[in-house]
Every structure is written in structure tokens, then in C-alpha cells.
Write a protein that binds this ligand. Structure first.
Ligand code: SF4
Ligand code: SF4
Ligand code: FES
Length: 229
């Protein structure tokens, strides 16, 4: 029998199966914690750092990623403090600077309250979120894709740069990639990148309900895990 525990997220008492990630617990109860590398049902690797939260213990708090944090009895989580919002904004801003041609990332940045990008824009076509690698290995048991290289040379690759016979041609790796949907105005040219920020009507909803999932559809097509059945 699964054991249920109660934790508190932003003051709301939530009952979940012990070990459920704090991020899933929040999303399942309508509390929006922005996330990018997380995919429901697939082991998390905590690389995008968007889902940062504060865990309060014995009067002290520590900051960690909520997708890799298992819920425990009595846990107290703060997901929307000023400190967390500022850190998350900065992570989102860096992501837009890295990959301005991702609609998902542009939308997440809006969701996080980014209003300007102070970092130089790059034109990356991958943000190393590992979603493609994990959907391939964990969902399709195919292990076709993998990370190679280190530091700035790190990238996702096929074995020997060729699609092997054992690739199931399911194209889930493309479906889950945040780079596959371009911003509303189309691809941005190198040297002409900008913060899109056009989702004004959705921002109003967010401003009215900053801590709750408003089914904002920001990142449409990218599938925030809240939208999944
Ligand atoms: S298309 Fe091939 S590489 Fe992509 S997820 Fe499916 S099995 Fe993996
Ligand atoms: S190719 Fe896409 S899904 Fe794969 S790691 Fe890069 S950004 Fe993530
Ligand atoms: S969703 Fe948690 S680190 Fe990316």
C-alpha cells in the first residue's frame, strides 16, 4: 500500500504518496512552478534549474530543485518567495539569451516575469535539457540518443552520427524538445533576437493568481506537465 504524507507548499496542505516529487505534488494541486527539463513519469535530472524552491527545516531554509526533491511528511516548501522569484527570473533570462528561437523558452520567461534580457543572445539549437535523451531511453527503451562531450562542447548525438536500425522512429524526441516550436513571429535572425513577451492577456491571469496554475497555455505545444492527462 502506498504511504500518504502531508506537506505544505506555499501555505497549502497537500496530501500525496510519499516520494512524489515536490514539483509533481505542486502541479497536481494547481500550484504552478515553472519547469523545463521535467517530464512526468520520467526520472528527473534537475538541469534547467527553473523549478527552484525553498525547503524550510528547523527555522532554516535551503534552495533546491523541486523536481528532484521527494515529498516527505511535514515538509514545508516555499515556491514563490521574492528570493526564489528573482533566482527563477534569472534562470529564465539566461535560457532566453541562450535560445531565443524557442517559443517554449520565450513563454516560460514571460511566465517567470522576465522583462528584459541583460545577457548576450546566442543562437543555440539545444539547451541540453535532456528531454529527448530521457524519452528515448526511459519511455521507448531505445537508448539511441546520448550526451557527448563536456562543457561547451556537450551536445546530444546519435551513435556515430547515424540513426541506427534500433531507432523506433517514434519521433518522441522531437515532440518533447522545447526547441521545436518557434516564436509567434517566426525564427529570429542572428543579431536580431529579442524577448517576445506578447502573451499580454495571459500575463493578466498570472498577475491575478501568481501562485496558482491558471492553465495559461504559455508554451503551447510544449506541454507543461499540468496539461497532460
Ligand atoms: S525516434 Fe528514435 S531516437 Fe527518437 S525517441 Fe524514438 S527511438 Fe529514440
Ligand atoms: S535536443 Fe531538445 S530535448 Fe534534446 S537536450 Fe536539446 S533542447 Fe533538450
Ligand atoms: S524542471 Fe527541475 S530542474 Fe528542470
Amino acid at each position: 500500500m502506498p504511504e500518504y504524507i502531508t506537506l505544505t507548499i506555499d501555505g497549502a496542505r497537500i496530501r500525496v504518496i510519499e516520494g512524489t516529487s515536490v514539483l509533481d505534488a505542486a502541479l497536481d494541486h494547481g500550484i504552478c512552478i515553472p519547469h523545463l527539463c521535467h517530464m512526468r513519469g520520467v526520472p528527473d535530472i534537475g538541469v534547467c534549474r527553473l523549478c527552484l524552491v525553498e525547503v524550510v527545516e528547523n527555522g532554516r531554509s535551503k534552495i533546491t530543485t523541486s523536481c528532484t526533491l521527494g515529498a516527505k511528511e511535514g515538509m514545508v516548501i516555499r515556491a514563490h518567495t521574492e528570493k526564489i522569484l528573482k533566482l527563477r527570473r534569472n534562470v529564465a533570462e539566461l535560457l532566453v539569451a541562450e535560445a531565443p528561437n524557442s517559443r517554449a523558452i520565450q513563454d516560460i520567461a514571460v511566465r517567470c516575469g522576465v522583462t528584459e534580457v541583460r545577457y548576450p543572445f546566442h543562437h543555440a539549437n539545444c539547451v541540453l535539457c535532456g528531454r529527448c535523451v530521457r524519452v528515448c531511453s526511459e519511455v521507448w527503451q531505445s537508448k539511441v540518443l546520448g550526451f557527448v562531450g563536456r562543457g561547451k562542447d556537450r551536445h546530444v548525438a546519435l551513435p556515430f552520427n547515424e540513426r541506427p536500425e534500433y531507432c523506433k522512429r517514434c519521433w518522441s524526441c522531437i515532440d518533447v524538445c522545447p526547441m521545436t516550436i518557434t516564436p509567434c513571429d517566426g525564427p529570429m535572425k542572428e543579431g536580431e533576437e529579442y524577448l517576445c513577451g506578447k502573451c499580454a492577456s495571459q500575463l493578466t491571469m498570472i498577475e491575478n493568481s501568481p501562485d496558482s496554475c491558471v492553465w495559461c497555455r504559455l508554451g503551447e505545444g510544449f506541454q507543461c506537465s499540468r496539461w497532460r492527462p
